[in-house]
Design a protein around this ligand. Structure first.
Ligand SMILES: Cc1cc2nc3c(=O)[nH]c(=O)nc-3n(C[C@H](O)[C@H](O)[C@H](O)COP(=O)(O)OP(=O)(O)OC[C@H]3O[C@@H](n4cnc5c(N)ncnc54)[C@H](O)[C@@H]3O)c2cc1C
Length: 418
């Protein structure tokens, strides 16, 4: 009898895993099924550009099933829960899928209703998010009509997808209001639960310096307890208040709700605790997790998902053959950070090495932790790579799963940090 791999979620991780595994394993003996609740694959990094009129929402979405190669079954249905003890997925509506290996690739879910007042009065009028498509679209209209006042960008709590995206929003807002000639009428504030601009010290100093140089005020260690849309203020748990005329909020994130309905699978946030090097879940040996769905000490990002894919697929193959797993994933993450004026910064890091200055992927290449036009072009090119290289499960030439060390240098005091 053949073997069956079931992949829950057909986003970045589910799609690249399915396509990669389809190439690695014979279709005659291993069936692959991808389950997703809808058929619209959204290029999420593009959401950043929509509010500023730099991307059109309709260009970011493609049919999900079309990204899956021949020989992969696509089931459009919501997952209700997984019975990990019985190796069985229960879909909403009652159908079931039995599996030999399960890959949880169900991403992260926005939970705006978990913050008091966030979706109350003012939501969609002066309180927005750009983390989903309707929100990004609505914010485009709101920004176009904003002629001055206090703009606050707020991260409610970590973890969030792409932790640099709210910083990019601040940088682009600075650019956008300069372009419109009203920058002097707009106060931009970044309110973050972190003690600096980013989680890792060298990058945090560099990015904090950039926020200052662009006239963005940073409010650190701010844990949003309430959003008072009518009164126009964020209220922290410690009683501090941040007033606004327009708030751009990145809501709390959790894993998919079905993870919480699947005994033994997830943690208290519904993410799936997994081995940080093999990506095998702690729930059961035949359950793996990729991308945002996994609880790992690394950013939730498409690049992370892509780099995990190589090791995860190899381990699924090994598991099916009864071989020892490869503990090769090193936590590699790589992010372009758009800084406005057609420039961007690049950071590259892993579990052990924080983002450092230098060049990527070798001594010659894109500048790290430094603004450049080349990095901006890289950011724009990423969309093409996403549809044509990442999702099909191919490798990016010259960029492997493991983080490259050559080209990185321990920082003296870099220009950006001054
Ligand atoms: C504004 C923004 C900017 C970003 N910028 C970048 C960037 O510049 N670089 C970068 O690397 N990353 C970026 N990201 C992050 C990146 O998009 C995600 O980390 C990546 O898509 C994660 O892939 P995933 O497969 O884990 O989850 P997803 O791609 O989100 O896929 C999860 C899938 O699971 C499905 N699903 C969930 N629950 C169920 C259910 N119950 N039943 C059936 N299906 C279900 C969903 O429909 C979805 O299709 C950004 C994200 C945002 C929001």
């Amino acid at each position: 009898m053949g073997q069956h791999i079931v992949i829950l979620g057909g986003g970045t991780g589910g799609t690249l895993t399915a396509n990669r595994l389809r190439r690695m394993l014979p279709a005659t003996s291993v069936a692959i099924t991808v389950v997703d609740e809808n058929d619209e694959h959204l290029y999420q990094p593009g959401l950043l550009f929509v509010p500023f009129g730099l991307a059109h929402a309709e260009d970011l979405v493609r049919p999900r099933h079309r990204q899956l190669h021949a020989g992969i079954d696509f089931v459009q249905s919501a997952v209700d829960h997984v019975d990990v003890a019985a190796d069985r997925v229960h879909l909403q509506g009652g159908a079931t899928l039995d599996y030999d290996v399960l890959v949880v690739a169900s991403g992260s879910t926005l939970l705006p209703e978990q913050t008091e007042g966030l979706t109350g009065p003012g939501w969609g009028e002066k309180v927005f998010t750009f983390y989903d498509l309707p929100g990004a679209r609505a914010l485009e209209t709101a920004l176009a009509g904003f002629d001055g006042g206090r703009l606050v960008v707020n991260v409610v709590d970590m973890p969030i997808k792409c932790p640099v995206a709210p910083l990019e929003f601040c940088f682009l807002a600075d650019w956008y209001f300069q372009e419109r000639g009203i920058r002097d009428r707009v106060e931009i504030t970044y309110a973050t639960p972190l003690d600096g601009a980013f989680t890792k010290p060298v990058a945090s100093r560099a990015l904090g310096g950039m926020l200052r140089s662009k006239g963005v005020t940073t409010v650190t260690e701010f844990n949003t307890g309430e959003v008072d849309g009518a009164g126009g203020k964020l209220i922290g748990y410690d009683g501090r208040e941040v007033p606004f005329d327009l708030a751009v909020v990145v809501p709390l994130h959790g894993g998919a709700a079905f993870v919480g309905r699947s005994p033994g699978l997830g943690d208290e946030l519904n993410f799936v605790p997994s081995d940080e090097h093999t990506l095998q879940s702690h729930a059961r040996p035949n359950v793996f997790a990729i991308g945002d769905a996994a609880s790992l000490p690394i950013s939730k990002a498409g690049s992370v998902t892509h780099f995990e894919g190589e090791v995860l697929c190899e381990n699924v193959r090994r598991f099916l053959r009864g071989e020892p797993l490869d503990a090769g994933y090193d936590g590699h993450a790589n992010c372009f950070i758009e800084t406005g004026f057609s420039k961007a910064l690049l950071i590259d890091f892993n579990y052990d090495t924080e983002p450092l200055p230098g060049h990527f992927p070798t001594r010659v290449g894109l500048p790290l932790l430094r603004e450049s036009h080349l990095n901006h072009l890289g950011k724009l090119m990423f969309q093409w790579f996403y549809w044509h290289t990442l999702l099909p499960g191919r490798d990016i030439p010259g960029v492997g799963s493991a983080m490259p060390h050559s080209g990185k240098r321990e920082p003296a005091v870099t220009e950006a940090m001054r």
